[in-house]
Every structure is written in structure tokens, then in C-alpha cells.
Write a protein that binds this ligand. Structure first.
Ligand code: GLN
Length: 203
């Protein structure tokens, strides 16, 4: 399975390491053509203003939105979650605006910038969540499914082919969230393979 990692800024290496461990093929995405032939895309944590700006600069926004429309799974972690949100409270920074969530950056406060929390995740179980200057999802709409919450705020959400965490699973040696995402990618790949077969038999 070919999984793209948006490689403009942020935790690219860490996601690569986990994908390789799971026998998936990580692909660094820097330009629109890098999205061709991918089964899924990860938008890593980092600095959402920088990532958003570069996405626009390299015209990746249009290309990623097209892939999203086709059903390609996209996973945004932390800054990636911010980039995917339709509404970033109090900020007009560039974003993809694909997920029906309202999110507030750096909302756990400036003093407690990072923390660990024991989470319970639907279909996965107990999981150690690493939060680094994390945002808070303040509200969600239109069929967003909350897979985990912390202090009454969603920290893992799924909306169709979008997966969002406000924490960083790539920083620990637990591969289960990436496995969950690879399952989403597998479903998409199967549908695409089927469509290709149909197109071929029509020729
Ligand atoms: N605070 C960062 C932002 O607003 C996100 C932090 C992270 O990805 N760890 O973009």
C-alpha cells in the first residue's frame, strides 16, 4: 500500500518509520504530481500556518481536495487536524477545510504546552495520547464520529474518509492508529482496483 506523507514541514520521518514497520510504502508528497497513485495521505503535525501556506504555494490544496472527493483517505494529526478543519476559530490562515469541525489552536494553554493522557479509543482500546501544543475540537457536525475524547473534548474523529487526531501517535511505538488508517486505505484501494478492472474490460 502506497501512503503519502505531506512533506512540507513537521513530523514526516516519524510517520515514515511507522508505515515502514507496517510494510506500507511511504511516499513523500511535496508537489501535486506526488499524489498520483497513492492509496492514502497523512498530514503530519508541525506548524499549521507554515504547512497551510506551503500547501497553497505548491498548489497542493486543489490536488488534495480532488483526491478527497474521489474517496482517498486522509489522516491529519495535530497541525494536520487544524489544516483539515472547516473552521479554525479566530484564524483566517490557509486550510483545506474538508472536515466538519471547529477547532481552536494551542487551546490547552501556554504553560502546559505538552502532556500525556491515557485515552480510550473506539475499536482500538487504551492508547497513550501525546499532546504537543495541541488544538481543541470545540464542535463537530454532519456525521463526524467521535472515536475518542479527553476532558469532554473529541481528540480522535472520523468523517467518512477523513481521520483526525489532536495527538501524535507517530511519536510512540504503538502502531494501532496507523493500522486503523491502513484499513481505510485498503478499502479505498479495493474500490479503485475494481474500477480499473471494469474500465479495462470496457476497452
Ligand atoms: N500548535 C501547532 C499549530 O497550531 C500544532 C502543534 C502540533 O502539530 N504539534 O499549528
Amino acid at each position: 500500500m502506497k501512503v503519502g506523507i505531506l512533506a512540507l514541514q513537521g513530523d514526516v520521518r516519524e510517520h515514515k518509520r511507522i508505515l515502514t514497520k507496517l510494510d506500507a510504502e511511504p511516499v513523500e508528497v511535496k508537489l501535486p504530481q506526488d499524489l498520483e497513485d497513492l492509496d492514502a495521505l497523512i498530514i503530519p503535525g508541525g506548524e499549521s500556518t507554515t504547512i497551510g501556506m506551503l500547501i497553497k504555494k505548491y498548489k497542493l490544496d486543489i490536488a488534495i481536495k480532488e483526491k478527497h472527493k474521489l474517496g482517498m483517505p486522509i489522516y491529519g494529526a495535530c497541525a494536520g487536524a487544524i489544516i483539515l478543519a472547516k473552521n479554525i476559530i479566530g484564524s483566517s490562515q490557509p486550510k483545506l477545510a474538508l472536515a466538519d469541525i471547529s477547532i481552536k489552536r494551542n487551546e490547552y494553554g501556554s504553560q502546559i504546552n505538552s502532556f500525556e493522557a491515557n485515552l480510550s479509543i473506539k475499536d482500538i482500546g487504551d492508547f497513550k495520547g501525546i499532546f504537543i501544543r495541541a488544538p481543541i475540537i470545540k464542535s463537530f457536525y454532519n456525521g463526524c464520529q467521535v472515536l475518542s475524547e479527553h476532558n469532554n473534548h473529541p481528540v480522535m474523529v472520523r468523517q467518512n474518509n477523513l481521520l483526525i487526531t489532536t495527538f501524535h501517535p507517530e511519536l510512540i511505538n504503538d502502531t494501532r492508529i496507523h493500522e486503523y488508517f491502513l484499513n481505510m486505505a485498503q478499502e479505498y484501494k479495493q474500490v479503485r482496483d475494481m474500477q480499473r478492472d471494469i474500465e479495462k474490460s470496457d476497452e
